[in-house]
Write a protein that binds this ligand. Structure first.
Ligand SMILES: Cc1cc2nc3c(=O)[nH]c(=O)nc-3n(C[C@H](O)[C@H](O)[C@H](O)COP(=O)(O)OP(=O)(O)OC[C@H]3O[C@@H](n4cnc5c(N)ncnc54)[C@H](O)[C@@H]3O)c2cc1C
Ligand code: SF4
Length: 576
């Protein structure tokens, strides 16, 4: 069941006509806006009597500043940015070109370097970037074209007319905790749009609404996800070269969990340091509800190989974000009557390569070409927008994702089975044992406490909160402080729990309240309350939320819905 914050009743909302509304100003949304502007400019140059306007094309971005909510590794495969902006190298913020890569398998104290880097992890020709700086740069290019980017505005609801999406309602501002208007109340706008493009990133909230309303996922595998917890470190010069890339598998995960780490080197701001981007992606299909992905990263850093790299350095930034792992079979239809879905919202991510930026950009470009056709024909029905689906299927997006279509599903029974399936899939063009491997949603893998060993067994070192030594490892609140997260405190909670009784009566007993563990920002707490049957009640700190969407994805009862908070609130990522 989908639960959203109740809209304030009896409010008149300003109506605003729009040609195209793009919800989400990440790489997909920005690339879409820029390509659309390029096509309109080219059209106008050759059609002086049939000019198209860019005035009514809008990008909505919930962050206060462009790029502020974007977090990634990040290595950029330049394939699509090269197509969009052939001169990108002139002024794009590229930190370093990849010169060296290695893949290690870690045991608790040891490491084995793979003699050959698997083809999908070869990164020569790619660039180390900070996604939020890259998106800021791309956003600047969009603004130069005359397209308006509304920062600090979230798309909070879709508008429908029967089976057609007719627009987007933006968030109300100035609403208090109880849902009453404050003195600074401003109702959201109803943007009545010919074409609505959803580019909200992973587990988009409007995308979720759309998929549920039209049952779009009925023929797809359930989407599965991982959550990446990241820190940025300044380390003494010489520890890692700018452009050096390290991937690890194994420790601290056991053979049962899916995931791995990245370490990327960038030049530092001063002569005596390097910046290291490091993070751990944990598949959100683990069994033990006590597992804590932020702790996984802390344990990873305690490995001698990583600890040595970071010794004498300083953690400067923290953040977390989910990513869709499900691959080709988990992608729902991406176009319909009045709408298209792009990037991570659709699931265009190559989990074998840990890369989605290039696919997000390419999907944005293809959607722009389709929207352009819709504007010139003045028809945004599925007859016209359906072309986006076909464009994706005949582009290199499908070619790339088809080869890894069964990758993540192959790991459903652990690492050894996963390696066997991966090997087989590599020699059969992605097929493996059958054309389509099935999948179940990640939360369905979670076991009840009664079925797990009380001491955590082989997973014990990843369970419960990290304490942190304050130098190499950190507790969640210390980490969170480095994400710059801020929200207006007096607003309705943007984590909507369908039935709190389930948290206080069933979940606490059956799963031990896993929200406390999987949330990388300490939003969920079980506090003492003698009036409750189990002596505890759930309490929320929504202001801490870094918008990673893990709770919406991993909650075993599927009763948590993440909705956009008042626009402008959230993390303040810089260099992430
Ligand atoms: C930890 C991690 C490491 C990764 N490493 C790499 C890597 O090295 N290389 C690579 O290519 N890919 C990597 N990826 C994947 C890559 O970051 C994504 O595929 C890519 O960012 C997807 O782009 P997007 O535009 O679809 O979504 P996003 O980048 O998520 O952007 C979505 C934007 O929409 C905004 N938004 C969301 N909802 C709303 C709303 N309702 N209203 C208004 N605004 C909204 C968000 O604030 C955000 O700015 C990584 C991902 C993660 C999480
Ligand atoms: S509340 Fe949910 S979306 Fe926010 S940081 Fe925690 S897990 Fe992520």
């Amino acid at each position: 069941m989908l639960i959203f914050r109740k809209p304030i009743a009896g409010v008149e909302r300003p109506q605003m006509p729009a040609d195209v509304v793009i919800v989400g100003g990440g790489p997909a949304g920005m690339a879409c806006a820029l390509r659309l502007a390029q096509l309109i400019d080219a059209h106008n140059a050759s059609h002086p009597d049939a000019q198209l306007s860019k005035e009514n094309i809008y990008v909505l971005e919930k962050a206060r500043e462009i790029g502020q909510h974007c977090l990634s590794g990040a290595l950029l495969d330049p394939r699509s940015i090269q197509e969009l902006l052939p001169d990108f190298k002139k002024d794009a913020p590229l930190d370093a070109e990849v010169t060296k890569e290695a893949v290690y398998f870690l045991t608790q104290k040891g490491k084995f370097k793979l003699p050959i880097t698997p083809p999908f992890l070869r990164d020569h020709g790619n660039y180390v970037i900070s996604l939020n700086r890259f998106v800021k740069w791309l956003g600047g290019k969009v603004e130069e074209t005359g397209i308006t980017i509304f920062t600090g505005f979230a798309g909070s609801e879709l508008l429908f007319d029967g089976d057609r999406v007719t627009g987007v309602r933006t968030d109300d501002k100035g609403v208090d905790k109880e849902g009453h208007q404050k003195s600074n109340f401003e109702p959201g706008y109803d943007l009545q749009a010919k074409v609505v493009i959803l580019a909200e990133g992973p587990r988009g909230s409007l995308t979720k609404q759309l998929i549920a309303k039209f049952d779009l996922a009925k023929n797809a595998n359930p989407q599965t996800y991982g959550v990446g917890v990241k820190e940025l470190w300044e380390v003494p010069a010489g520890r890692i070269a700018a452009g050096e890339v390290i991937y690890t598998m194994g420790w601290p995960l056991t053979t049962k969990e899916y995931g791995g780490a990245w370490i990327y080197g960038s030049p530092g701001s001063g002569p005596n340091d390097n910046v290291v981007s490091l993070g751990f992606v944990t598949g959100l299909d683990y069994e033990d509800p006590r597992l804590d992905p932020q702790r996984v990263l802390q344990e990873f850093k305690r490995h001698p190989f990583v600890a040595k790299l970071l010794e004498g350095g300083k953690m400067i930034r923290y953040g977390a974000k989910s990513m869709p792992y499900g691959g080709w079979w988990a992608i729902p239809p991406v176009a319909g009557n009045g709408w298209m879905i792009l990037g991570d919202s659709a699931g265009f991510l190559n989990s074998a390569r840990l890369k989605g930026i290039h696919l997000a950009i390419k999907s944005g470009m293809l959607a722009a070409e389709t929207a352009f056709e819709a504007l010139t024909k003045d028809d945004s029905s599925s007859a016209t927008l359906g072309a986006f689906q076909k464009k994706v299927e005949s582009s290199w997006i499908k070619e790339e994702l088809w080869k890894v279509r069964n990758l993540h599903q192959g790991f459903a029974h652990g690492m050894y089975a996963g390696m066997f399936h991966t090997g087989l899939q590599m020699i059969t063009g992605g097929r493996g044992l059958r054309n389509r491997y099935p999948a179940k949603a990640g939360y369905e893998h979670m076991h009840k406490l009664a079925d797990l060993s009380a001491d955590g067994g082989a997973e014990a070192h990843m369970l419960g909160p990290a304490k942190g030594d304050g130098k190499l490892t950190f507790d969640k609140l210390t980490d969170l402080y480095h994400s710059g997260t801020k929200h207006e405190e007096d607003q309705p909670a943007h984590l909507v729990i369908d039935d709190i009784n389930i948290c206080n009566t069933r979940c606490v007993k059956e799963f031990g309240s896993p929200c406390q563990n999987f949330c990388p920002a300490n939003v969920y707490e079980m506090v003492e309350d003698a009036s409750q049957p189990n002596g505890k009640r759930i309490s929320l700190n929504p202001s801490n939320c870094v918008h990673c969407k893990t709770c919406d994805i991993a909650d075993p009862y599927q009763i948590i819905t993440w909705v956009p908070p008042e626009g402008g609130g959230g993390p303040n990522y810089d260099g992430m």
